[in-house]
Design a protein around this ligand. Structure first.
Ligand SMILES: NC(=O)c1ccc[n+]([C@@H]2O[C@H](COP(=O)([O-])OP(=O)(O)OC[C@H]3O[C@@H](n4cnc5c(N)ncnc54)[C@H](O)[C@@H]3O)[C@@H](O)[C@H]2O)c1
Length: 466
């Protein structure tokens, strides 16, 4: 295994709940180092870039932190209605903490720059657009000396991962604090499970299993572009349907389960072998498969099995499990939170007598979406090293490696994925509202799809432009 594959996983970059609470109360009356954040008046200013569902949620979490005042001062999106809806919702819930004048609302592909220009060095920009734009916007945030919260996945292919890893070094050199929305890493229950696994309580991990098998999710299953919207804006609105925008449903949805399994194993897999297919496509024209199965292999030969499916009428499961030489564990069950983490002294998780530990009831204070923000603000206010980008880029790459294995029908290694030259959206930093989309449809409005066995070295071939 390479250094790249193993590093970035030592997990003590998050606080335990007790430490966190202590840090928060210890803050009262303590002189805050001025360089750690911008405003002299102790308020950390926020800008939101990508005002959709998660962006609005993240802004809400940012304004609910318990460790010092925050205020939303600028917003950017490419759709006016998304920005306005987000603004109205946040204003209703957070009132004076939302201080975004009409002149601080920006629409367009350059809106991110204008929103960040409203901040001072040390403030926070939230990058919650589809993943394709992440490196572009992160680059500008670094230039401006801003702290950053960015949603997962943070890369979709080899070239964007290499770029993101280079930006990580730049951000680290500037001592910027950067959170990546793999929030399960901040979940107190999973952290306790991790410690117990590290203590050897279920022995050496030989198998991890992850499932996200549900009905169609997000915009992954998209029908033909209607009249009245440009190709580019249609693809952005339905970003789960397009590999350039999100890495597809695979990257966008499966990354959490992949990441939490790798965290428990304390390693990234070195290679992936995968299967998948398109079954009941009807009028859907997107690039996704309906089903995915991946066998990931770690350097010690142990495995992680992953199942992804977007199909109604089948068994549903959204969970991750670990199996060791002395027992087994539930990492998460029923979505992201509460995790309901627990451990068994056997491999049989249905036997109550074999239960040896279960996490305490997880209340609202343990919600990892909020905890990740408390941790970020704690790092900013107390100038603690805090940069989750390397780990986030590697989690995104490992996810892409599994997806590429399914899409090509080949075994794909970590190193091959990282070195891969297929860049899904080469001009993503130069898009404009009137311009063409990174992907072209054919005359029937369909997009190029993966063809395992036929296309061996890339996941799809773009249709030629006319
Ligand atoms: N951590 C989690 O559990 C979690 C949950 C949901 C979403 N997410 C992530 O958050 C991101 C956004 O997902 P979402 O569900 O909020 O999608 P969404 O479509 O609701 O929001 C995305 C927003 O970004 C805007 N946008 C697109 N391109 C833009 C650009 N270039 N500049 C400015 N704005 C732009 C869109 O118009 C939209 O308002 C994705 O990366 C997704 O994976 C994470």
């Amino acid at each position: 295994m390479t250094d790249t594959a193993t590093s970035g996983l030592s997990r003590r970059d998050v606080l335990k709940t007790t430490g966190r609470v202590a840090a928060v109360s210890a803050l009262a009356g303590v002189a805050i180092p001025k360089h750690a954040y911008a405003a002299e008046n102790n308020t950390v200013q926020l800008a939101l870039v990508g005002c959709g569902g998660r962006g609005t949620g993240a802004a809400g979490n940012a304004m609910s932190v318990t460790n010092g005042p925050t205020k939303l001062v600028a917003m950017a999106d490419v759709f006016p209605n998304r920005l306005n809806d987000s603004y109205n919702n946040l204003k209703k819930s957070f009132d004076k903490k939302v201080d975004v004048s009409e002149g601080a609302k920006f629409i367009g592909f350059d809106g991110y720059k204008k929103a960040m220009d409203m901040l001072n060095p040390g403030d926070i920009v939230m990058l919650t657009t589809p993943p394709a734009f992440r490196w572009v916007q992160f680059e500008y945030a670094i230039e401006k000396g801003l702290n950053v919260f960015m949603e997962k996945p943070i890369t979709v292919d080899g070239p964007s991962t290499r770029r993101m890893l280079a930006l990580y070094e730049k951000a680290k050199a500037k001592n910027l604090k950067v959170g990546v929305g793999l929030m399960c890493r901040h979940c107190p229950a999973r952290n306790e499970l991790y410690d117990r696994i590290k203590n050897g309580e279920i022995g050496d991990l030989t198998l991890l299993r992850a499932y996200r098998v549900t009905g169609p999710t997000g915009s992954a299953f998209a029908t033909k572009k209607p009249e009245g919207i440009s190709e580019l804006m249609y693809q952005i609105r339905n970003f789960h349907a397009f590999l350039w925008a999100s890495g597809g449903g695979f990257s966008d949805f499966l990354i959490h389960n992949i990441d939490e399994c790798c965290w428990m194993k304390d390693a990234w897999p070195v290679e992936a072998k995968g299967f998948g297919g398109r079954h009941y496509r009807g009028d859907y024209v997107d690039q996704n498969f309906d089903t995915y199965t991946v066998e990931y292999t770690f350097a010690d030969g142990s495995k992680m099995m992953l199942e992804g499916r977007g199909m109604p009428g089948c068994h549903s499961e959204f969970a991750s499990y670990a199996h060791g030489t002395k027992g087994s564990a539930v990492i998460s069950t029923s979505s992201h939170w509460p995790s309901k983490a627990r451990m068994y002294k056997s491999q049989n998780m249905t036997r109550k007598d074999d239960l040896v530990w279960q996490c305490k009831t997880e209340g609202p204070a343990d919600n990892p979406y909020q905890v990740e923000w408390n941790d970020l603000l704690d790092a900013i206010r107390n100038d603690k090293p805090y940069n989750e980008v390397k780990r986030g880029a590697e989690a995104s790459l490992v996810t892409a490696m599994g997806r590429a294995a399914c899409h090509t029908g080949k075994i794909v290694t970590f190193d091959e994925m990282l070195a891969h030259e297929h860049e899904f959206a080469p001009g993503v930093n130069e898009l404009d509202l009137e311009g063409p989309a990174p992907l072209k449809a054919d005359k029937d409005g369909k997009y190029p799809v993966p063809m395992p066995g036929l296309l061996k070295n890339r996941e799809y071939i773009e249709f030629p432009t006319a």
